[in-house]
Design a protein around this ligand. Structure first.
Ligand code: MG
Ligand code: ZN
Length: 238
């Protein structure tokens, strides 16, 4: 009760001072003084209510993360339709909306790159020259890219670059001077988002019919398609 009395006294003194400052300039007619006294008592609680409502409305609203510095894309099954071990530039076919999505990132100053497992090289199915010809075709269709990384090794080689290892994500970040924490990796299988996590980057999975169900349920973030994933990134959800 003592604290309540003290608070009431502080409130009364504050209100009286506030009222006096609004009454003093005049005109000091009875109507004016009454109006000023009443409104002076009402304004502080209304202002407090207004402020509190603003605070409450923002509870639970995620903080705006801004844009990442770099977005890395898996190639096969993400940027282009997947034709396994493709070595023919003619068969490089971008998915719907790929060019527009990449251009939206470029327009906002976000750098873009490719990180691609190409074990067809280790398996003797395609040559490095063919991989590079396909990358050049990709660049013609939806480029330019700030970095292009591919791993020519097989699953048994134990290299540091083949996703889900983080090597290519780290190398791309190092090449461009980007903190991996400011990088997003977008891909269609678990290995893509696992490589992101292992490098300290964010991952967004865009499942295709070949994506395994466990990979979908384990994904940190999901998007329905490539433009949708880019929309999430631009919205700060990465
Ligand atoms: Mg893929
Ligand atoms: Zn490798």
């Amino acid at each position: 009760p003592r604290a309540a009395l003290a608070a009431a006294a502080v409130w009364a003194a504050g209100t009286a001072e506030f009222a006096w400052r609004r009454i003093a300039p005049g005109p000091r007619t009875r109507a004016e003084v009454t109006t000023m006294a009443l409104t002076s008592a009402l304004i502080p609680p209304l202002a407090t209510w207004h402020w509190l409502r603003g605070v409450v409305q923002h509870v639970g609203v995620p903080q705006w993360r801004g844009l990442p510095d770099l977005v890395l894309f898996d190639r096969d099954g993400t940027l282009v339709h997947d034709f396994p071990y493709n070595g023919d530039p003619e068969w490089v076919r971008p998915v719907e909306g790929a060019k527009e999505a990449l251009d939206r990132l470029r327009a906002r100053g976000v750098r873009v790159g490719v990180v691609s497992n190409q074990s067809g090289v280790a398996r003797g199915l395609i040559t490095r020259e063919q991989v590079e010809a396909c990358m050049a075709r990709l660049d013609e269709l939806v480029g330019p890219f700030d970095t292009v990384q591919y791993c020519p090794h097989g699953p048994e080689d134990g290299c540091a670059c083949r996703k889900p290892a983080p090597g290519m994500v780290k190398a791309a970040c190092a090449e461009l001077g980007v903190d991996p924490a400011r990088c997003v990796v977008i891909g269609d299988i678990g290995a893509d988002v696992e490589a992101a996590a292992a490098a300290g980057a964010s991952g967004i999975l865009v499942p295709t019919p070949v994506t395994r169900r466990e990979e979908v349920s384990a994904a940190p973030r999901l998007a329905p398609d490539l433009p949708g994933a880019v929309e999430q990134v631009l919205g700060g959800r990465w």
